[in-house]
Ligand binder design. Sequence first.
Ligand code: GAR
Length: 210
Amino acid sequence: MKDAQVTRKKLKVAVLLSGTGRTLDNFHSEIGASRLHAEIVAVASSSSRAKGVEKAKQYGYPVFASDEKNQRELSRQINEFILPRHPDVIVLAGFLKLFFMPEGFEGQVLNIHPALIPSFCGKGFYGMKVHRAVVDSGVKVTGCTVHFVSPIYDEGPIFLQECVPVRAGDTPEDVAARVFELECRLYPKALNLLADGRVKLSDNKVWIEE
Ligand code: GAR
């Protein structure tokens, strides 16, 4: 057995969302199947009407929702809710606002973007808008990116990135489904690597120890 497996711990995760909470669903089922070594300690939403809020309640997670429009104030409220629950990491899971992380959380806030950063990302690029732009551009591969969050939207050191093909005749919906399947594998993989203590951030780059 490798040292990394010996030191594996259950990561305490706070999940931030704005929409349907499909990533929360995935985390919940991966944890249930013991494939994701994590515990969801809090869920926070930037919309009180988000489907993800209902799901979080059904799953029994502590949940907070705010329709606050000022992004700095929204982040302050979210942090006030999640910090007393002592998360090891804060995970953006379809969170469509800029998140101002709490002090001392550099390298502990993750986002997933449904494209290969630095392409098809930044303000306005989210959900189906990304996949429509991908299909319109004629690129032959797309994918998803797990990255550490920085003060700029969809930026910050890239942690994991994998590709899927874009095939002739694909609709944006076809591409979205293929990418989301990949997201469901890649985000838990990133969290497990963190749980194993195998991730090093240096010079704004991420290194994974074998
Ligand atoms: C995911 O596909 C994620 O990659 C994307 O939102 C989806 C989950 O939201 N995030 C972004 O586009 C961030 N730029 P949902 O659960 O509301 O469908």
